[in-house]
Ligand binder design. Sequence first.
Ligand code: ZN
Length: 330
Amino acid sequence: MCQPHGHAATRARVDNAWRRMLYSVLFFSTAVVTRFATRLAPDATGFITNMSRAIVCLTFDFDAISGWIARGMTSPSPISRGEFGPHVGAPRILDLLERHEIRSSWYIPGHTLESYPDACRKVADAGHEIGHHGWTHRPPASLTREEEEHELVRANELIRQLTGRYARGYRSPSWDLSPHSVELLLKHGFVYDSSMMGDDYTPYRVRQGDVITLEQPAVFGAETKLIEMPISWTLDDYPHFEFLRTPTTILPGNMNANAVLGNWVDDFLYLHENLEWGVITYTFHPFVIGRGHRMVILDKLIRTLKEHGAVFTTLEDAAAEYQQRSGQAR
Ligand SMILES: [Zn+2]
């Protein structure tokens, strides 16, 4: 055995213990001060970020009856199902948003703009963003390039008539872009798309010219200036709630709304607790979310997110903030 002996050894142990404690306190204080200072530092936009900036975009795809028509379901019952949107759902939603003083984004097909002009006018008059959602509700991947461009131009003229300017944002019907979509969106002056799922809370630049084939490695195209404001089926009301039977498939829908609400809140909390800056985009349809028990959870969602400091904006404003943060107009 070899031990230091007597008082000298005891004093050495005490000194070491004090030193370790002092170092711990110093280390901890420095970490706290550094973190606090980092959080108070102005970010690229000039905002003082004394807490995470969790942006929430409530978005509404105002399909009305166009989605059923695109599926060939034109008999009175499916038409009435879509009609619930402009007749009942949209007024309820507009009231709720007004009570909460929230501006949102509405993606409206040209078919809805022409078939329900008064309902669309009310959305625009309430100050919500009007985005592009095709003219018919056919996904671009099912159209030729000419058909896709015709739809872009035709519906965009209607949006200009309604709002005084062309749409800044595009959301593809059924979230299925074609190989021509990015080129056409850039050609027609769109700032952002909201049809892809490559991230959850962080917008990104869309690539153009990917070559994807079955038996060769993917060749990825270059990034463009088009901003993607990503979406997700999990944050979309339709697959959770709508029952749909086709000759080959059944979408069961009819989920417990409070269970879905739990997922939606947790997705926000993850953003709030783990990212300094990010955007979460919820997608709703007036004929889906406009039903009683679903309006209850939409109200609960807004209240809960507000309690956690959510910042509600349109997708257009969130895209602009991303552009500013990422530092350039390319
Ligand atoms: Zn739609």
